[in-house]
Write a new protein. Structure first.
Length: 402
């Protein structure tokens, strides 16, 4: 990586053009989650994402059947633009992979929910079947696939493994379906293996905004979806089918996958693709990964940026950002000992309520500075860093699978 003197962007210039609204939450949003940032992503990262149990690698799907992996800081390391082998495409017609999931066993597996999709056809589901493909998490090699009984499910659009590893959840129509993870083996691989049957069905458990992605948190299945520019995340109890709204936004874009991983100032992450011809993209012009943290109980602090320095490293994709912030309560009283977070950077405020927090960004994005002490918090508007430039390209693709 190149080092040396780098251009410094003055605070006034940055803030004049880079501050965006702090919240897109609607009045119906229950206020459980707080948006802290949005990383701009290559458009190859489009359909969904998952991570390994060590939270060392993220896996992205897109734009329709590619598979890519990155570091938690979104530095791309490898990718395949067409993960589905040509033999499988010809045999089954599969040309689309949805939101994936991780599955233990066999050295680790990335589960790829596959379907046939042609938006110009009627019906758009051109084969009427779905399967779980299995990819190697290290080499991204497509290992095998198991076919789901089309009498129970006509396509596989997403998949999420239960916390105990026993089930893989997906949906068909308004119902949630669970398949035994132990049935996903080479011995049951298509085209000669048996059609897998769901072992559980939660009738009518799909939320009103549908499902584009999923992840488990604290034993509940979080489901993302959208309808008429309403973007929601619901939590479903997979024992009873009961559901509760956890997050709602009104934005412009296309809802995609969900994941839980501690990175870039967030814990819950929601992929939004740059596809919506009826409005101006909220986080465009490319795909965006939204970062959320659990919202503390009380917003009592005011967080102000007094100085901001952005250094673009010559010959490198990295940008060094340093912000001096002051945290106060009741408009004037400094807050000592507050933890301040800016993307992956953290700091503590001193006696005067001042902290200098620095972070390194490998992709463009829009990030808030978030301060917390106990159950009280404050947050700035989002600061755009390099979003006017083209996001870092996805890594060079490995050869297509056949």
């Amino acid at each position: 990586m190149g080092r040396g003197r780098a251009p410094t962007i003055a605070l006034a210039a940055v803030l004049a053009v880079a501050l965006t609204l702090a919240s897109t939450a609607s009045a119906r949003d229950p206020g459980r989650w707080l948006l802290t940032g949005a990383s701009s992503m290559p458009n190859d990262y489009w359909e969904g994402l998952t991570s390994d149990p060590l939270e060392a690698t993220l896996f992205f799907i897109g734009p329709s059947q590619g598979l890519w992996h990155t570091s938690p800081q979104l530095v791309g390391s490898a990718g395949v633009s067409r993960e589905i082998p040509s033999t499988v495409r010809r045999r089954e017609g599969y040309n689309h992979i949805g939101d994936p999931t991780w599955l233990d066993g066999e050295g680790g597996r990335v589960v790829l929910p596959m379907e046939c999709y042609n938006p110009a056809a009627n019906p758009t589901n051109t084969c009427g079947t779905g399967s779980f493909g299995i990819a190697d998490p290290q080499t991204l090699v497509f290992r095998y696939y198991v076919k789901l009984d089309p009498a129970k499910i006509p396509k596989a659009m997403w998949a999420e493994t239960s916390p105990n590893g026993r089930f893989i959840w997906t949906s068909s129509g308004d119902d949630l379906l669970a398949y035994r993870s132990s049935d996903v083996t080479r011995a049951n691989a298509a085209p000669f293996g048996p059609l897998l049957e769901p072992v559980r069905r939660l009738t009518g458990a799909v939320p009103p905004t549908g499902i584009t992605g999923a992840v488990f948190r604290h034993g509940q299945l979080l489901l993302a979806g959208e309808s008429n520019h309403v973007y929601q995340v619901w939590a479903v109890d997979t024992h009873t089918g009961d559901r509760k709204l956890k997050l709602e936004m009104h934005i412009c874009g296309e809802s995609e996958g969900l994941d839980l991983i501690s990175t870039l100032g967030g814990r819950l992450h929601w992929l939004i693709a740059p596809a919506d011809p009826e409005c101006n993209l909220t986080f465009g012009p490319t795909s965006a990964l939204l970062h959320f943290v659990r919202r503390p109980a009380r917003e009592r602090y005011e967080v102000g940026i007094t100085h901001l320095r952005v250094q673009i490293q010559p010959g490198s994709t990295q940008t060094q950002v340093s912000a001096t912030v002051k945290v106060v309560r009741d408009s004037s009283h400094p807050v000592h000992g507050a933890r301040v977070r800016f993307a992956s950077g953290t700091a503590r405020t001193g006696e005067g309520g001042v902290a200098v927090v620095s972070t390194t960004l490998d992709t463009p994005g829009r990030f808030s500075i978030f301060a917390r002490k106990g159950n009280r918090y404050g947050i700035t508007r989002r600061v755009a860093i390099n979003v006017e430039s083209t996001p870092t390209a996805a890594p060079a693709a490995l050869p297509d699978r056949g």
